[in-house]
Design a protein around this ligand. Structure first.
Ligand SMILES: [Zn+2]
Length: 341
């Protein structure tokens, strides 16, 4: 990910870009700060910026600031680094037991003494560096103090205090702060999350984009479960009373941080994609064109809706969503839908 696509951290990103442009980047660095805010991504951005085959100059970041240098994000080097297969960018992460052992460190230290194979500079990124066992940290000391020319080390950690003082004293430290809720909300919206939900989620994740993405995924899963349950309950009966029971059950559910109106709207948006899929299934379209392709068998249980009926239901959901946006009563909309699909 190029610098310009990093969410938040404007000052630090500008500093890193400037250092790469001027060739003043320290050969060993600690990127510290809470988990899930983009430190490892920033380390990868540095690796791309120094090894990009067609780096860009004076690039506008999303906030309008100008970055003196940035990776193109498209050349062979950038794409191999993004995929984790560039021979000169080594990523070290904790093993199965949660720690980083001394032999792993000795191996990357050995490799850092060779000249870069293809790139300009070999970049060793040690993620969760606090997982380095003491012996491994000691094995790094000499290299951190005087990295071989052509190599640099970036230690990423949310617990810098767990590193030996001999390590921290050898590496300049960049402190990454939690992200602003506004930055998180905008990142979620850019990923297709509805604005109201994005703002609600951004307000409860302590500045962690990783947690926000997880939470919005949970919300999406929840909305899908509610939509399937509601449609299945309606499929069971043509009797109006039974159908209205279904809406009562649906409206009894609540979603953390969302109003009933938002909960229903999120459910309806999923329902809309379900009916679209059911209409497509009726035309024997390829399974891969379905939005809910993983729901294959569940969708087949809703075979009462196919062809024209699925399309009508799709349109009814659309009308219900429009009514919700015009501030129609939540219960009225849900009841109307239950009787009209
Ligand atoms: Zn590039």
């Amino acid at each position: 990910m190029p610098f310009r696509d990093i969410v938040g951290h404007r000052t630090l990103v500008a500093l890193l870009s400037r250092s790469v442009a001027r060739g003043t980047l320290p050969p060993s660095l600690i990127l510290a700060g809470p988990a899930g805010i983009g430190k490892s991504l920033a380390a990868v951005s540095v690796a791309q910026a120094v090894n990009c085959l067609e780096p860009l100059r004076d690039v506008a970041a999303s906030d309008g600031a100008v970055l003196p240098l940035d990776a193109c994000g498209r050349c062979a080097a950038c794409s191999r680094i993004a995929r984790g297969v560039h021979p000169d960018v080594l990523l070290v992460v904790p093993g199965d037991n949660g720690s980083i052992k001394v032999d792993v460190v000795r191996d990357v230290v050995d490799r850092s003494h060779y000249r870069p194979f293809e790139g300009v500079r070999r970049v060793v990124v040690i993620d969760d560096a606090d997982a380095l066992v003491s012996q491994a940290q000691n094995a790094l000391l000499k290299t951190l103090e005087e990295p071989p020319s052509g190599s640099m080390f970036i230690l990423v950690t949310s617990r810098p205090d767990a590193l030996l003082s001999t390590v921290t004293s050898r590496c300049p430290r960049l402190r990454f702060a939690p992200l602003a809720p506004d930055d998180i909300a905008r990142a979620l919206i850019a990923r297709g999350v509805h604005e109201t939900n994005a703002r609600a989620t951004a307000s409860i994740v302590d500045g962690s984009l990783a947690r926000a993405l997880e939470a919005s995924e949970d919300d999406a899963t929840g909305a899908r479960e509610r939509a399937l349950e509601f449609v299945a309950s309606i499929a069971r009966s043509t009797d109006a009373r039974h159908r209205l029971e279904g809406t009562k059950e649906l409206l009894a559910k609540s979603v953390r941080g969302a109003t009933d109106r938002e909960m229903l709207a999120a459910t309806l948006r999923v329902m809309s994609s379900l009916f679209r899929d059911l209409a497509l299934l009726g035309t024997n379209a390829e399974g891969t064109t379905l939005a809910n392709v993983d729901l294959g068998p569940a969708l087949e249980r809703l075979s009462a809706w196919s062809g024209a009926r699925a399309l009508d239901a799709f349109k009814a959901v659309d009308r219900a969503l429009a009514a919700l946006e015009r501030n129609a009563g939540v219960k009225i909309v849900a009841d109307w839908l239950a009787l009209n699909i």
